[in-house]
Design a protein around this ligand. Structure first.
Ligand SMILES: Cc1cc2nc3c(=O)[nH]c(=O)nc-3n(C[C@H](O)[C@H](O)[C@H](O)COP(=O)(O)OP(=O)(O)OC[C@H]3O[C@@H](n4cnc5c(N)ncnc54)[C@H](O)[C@@H]3O)c2cc1C
Length: 534
């Protein structure tokens, strides 16, 4: 099979907020394109409901200082404080930039942007568009990219990074619609490939969130940082995992057990239903384990009846739709069954504050390779992300990745493309085709199958499965390795945080079948670790 060749200054892989915002920064100055395995507006960013954080101080007094401290504390002191300071200080600018791009944020009666409370934030600072915030932001950025003539290769699946001698030279991708291998040669590559929630059975994540970027980086010899930190969202629709936005609790929803008690009273009396996600998810699990799940089962109730139909329809209409559609429950008259669901990956490809990917996870860069958004680990979320900080991170560090690439382009030369660039991908496709063929043959002997099934989808799913298996092993190994409890990572056998031994980031390398761990210190600027209480 011959590969089709393309040449660009900058390739962006991923069309979520991180990828699109990066592309928007690069497009006016150089030849850029975006590769995305799903159509851009289907990226998971579009599913975000609750909002995007900034300390604007519209709904109550607020300060950057407080937002920074909440984020450091929320991260259970594992977040790098210099990266957090950048995130929070530039947040207001990001919101106003979105507004100027045309995002119709909800407003207060006096015309200023409305802000609502969110878990772990001590002030109401989530700016939002009803409970469709991500959808609106994603569409707006996509429109801006179209306006800037960004070239999109939609439904192109990136299979490998071309890195030689520490220099990234492009990617190899598969055209899902027509079939066929493509080699994209470039001076710089920006990864915005999203998270890996699909490694879990119950998850809020889209089918596409198979952590491909992490698999690409890991295969190229780059370590993955803090992969054991996976956030569970407390309010997934029972059995489906579909997210019911924290916006519901921001608006005043109750969580109740089989005895009708608001059980958060016991676990976080100060914050109640607005405690951070890890605290609430564990509280739900404790209620269930101790037999206070509804009818003794593995779920509890999210109760918003007291908000009244008008407020529900005005502020959180999607929750009403989802509960009705998937469980047949009308949340205006009945409580909704919920359970914790895998939601967000705090770990990822290690980068510095300029979104440059680090070959050793510490200070050695991969020349011309950048990463931002959920696939990256800067690390601003540390052990636990606060809700609404990640749309912010994806946009802001996406923009930083774009800016870094533009700066790099000034003196970058196009490193030669190795002749064997597509070979490894071709070999994988051949192997998988062979396997699928054998499986199909076996399957046909059992009973008739749909002979018209689209072959490419089988191929992509097989590759994705390989990716997920690769880093699922890393998540488990990372969790076994970290002998403490911190943020989203909780162990019954080591229930306490251990700053003496574990106030450090994990870096995990894959050498063939063997996983190898390394560590790096947390960057602490202003806030020394304290006990995290809510
Ligand atoms: C249901 C839900 C609700 C959320 N709500 C909020 C919220 O209210 N506030 C908040 O701050 N955060 C929220 N989050 C988290 C937030 O939405 C994400 O962290 C963020 O949008 C990630 O953006 P991204 O650009 O990094 O990735 P994504 O938006 O996931 O985009 C990834 C892109 O990478 C592409 N891609 C992946 N692999 C490949 C490949 N191999 N080849 C080519 N392309 C590839 C995909 O096609 C896609 O375009 C929510 C998440 C979920 C799941």
């Amino acid at each position: 099979m011959k590969a089709t060749r393309h040449q660009y200054d900058v390739l962006v892989v991923g069309a979520g907020l991180a990828g699109l915002r990066a592309a928007l920064e690069v497009a006016p100055v150089s030849k850029a394109c975006v590769l995305t395995k799903v159509y851009p507006s289907r990226s998971h960013s579009g599913a975000a409901q609750g909002g995007i954080a900034a300390a604007l101080g519209n709904a109550s007094p607020d300060s950057l200082e407080e937002h920074i401290f909440d984020t450091v504390k929320g991260s259970d002191y594992l977040g790098d404080q210099d990266a957090i300071e950048i995130l929070i200080s530039e947040a207001p600018e990001i919101i106003y930039e979105y507004e100027h791009f045309g995002v119709p944020f909800d407003r207060m009666a006096d015309g200023r942007l409305a802000q609502r409370p969110f878990g772990g934030h001590s002030r109401p600072r989530a700016v939002y568009c009803m409970d469709y915030t991500g959808h609106v932001l994603l569409h707006t950025l996509y429109e801006q990219c179209i306006k800037q003539d960004v070239k999109f290769f939609s439904e192109f699946y990136t299979m490998s990074l071309i890195i030689r001698d520490g220099v990234c030279r492009g990617v190899v991708a598969w055209d899902q619609q027509k079939g066929g291998l493509h080699v994209f040669h470039a001076k710089a590559v920006i990864l915005g490939t999203g998270g890996y929630g699909r490694a879990y059975k119950i998850t809020t994540n889209a089918l596409a969130n198979t952590g491909d970027g992490l698999a690409l980086a890991s295969r190229a010899g780059i370590p993955i940082e803090d992969i054991e930190f996976v956030q569970f969202h407390p309010t997934g629709l029972y059995k489906q995992g579909i997210l019911l936005s924290e916006g519901a609790r921001g608006e005043g929803a109750y969580l109740t057990n089989n005895l009708g008690q608001r059980f958060m009273e016991k676990y976080a009396p100060g914050k109640m239903e607005l405690a951070p996600r890890d605290v609430i998810s564990r509280s739900i699990q404790t209620e269930v384990d101790e037999g206070r799940g509804i009818n003794g089962q593995d779920y509890v109730y999210l109760d918003i009846r007291h908000l009244g139909e008008q407020k529900i329809l005005e502020r959180i209409p999607q929750i009403k739709d989802l509960a009705q559609k998937y469980l047949g429950v009308d949340c205006v008259t009945a409580p909704v069954p919920i359970q914790p669901t895998a939601h967000y990956s705090m770990g990822g490809i290690p980068t510095n504050n300029d979104a440059e990917v680090l070959l050793d996870g510490k200070d050695k860069k991969v020349v011309g390779l950048y990463a931002a958004g959920e696939c990256a680990c800067v690390s601003v979320h540390g052990g636990n992300r606060l809700g609404t900080n990640s749309l912010l991170e994806a946009t802001l560090y996406g923009r930083r990745a774009g800016r870094s690439a533009v700066k790099f382009l000034r003196d970058a030369v196009l490193a030669p493309l190795p002749e064997d660039a597509p070979d490894a991908s071709l070999k994988r496709i051949d192997e998988i085709q062979e396997k699928i063929r054998t499986l199909k043959e076996r399957y046909q002997k059992i009973r008739a199958i749909d002979r018209n099934s689209i072959f490419n989808l089988d191929l992509i799913e097989a590759i994705e499965l390989g990716n997920v298996l690769g880093f699922a092993e890393m998540i488990v190994a990372g969790a076994i390795n970290r002998k403490e409890s911190r943020g989203a990572h909780f162990r019954k056998d080591f229930p306490k945080r251990d700053d003496v031994n574990w106030l450090k980031h994990t870096l995990v390398y894959r050498d063939g079948d063997v996983l190898r761990f390394d560590y790096k210190p947390v960057r602490i600027t202003r806030y020394q670790p304290q006990e995290r209480k809510y």
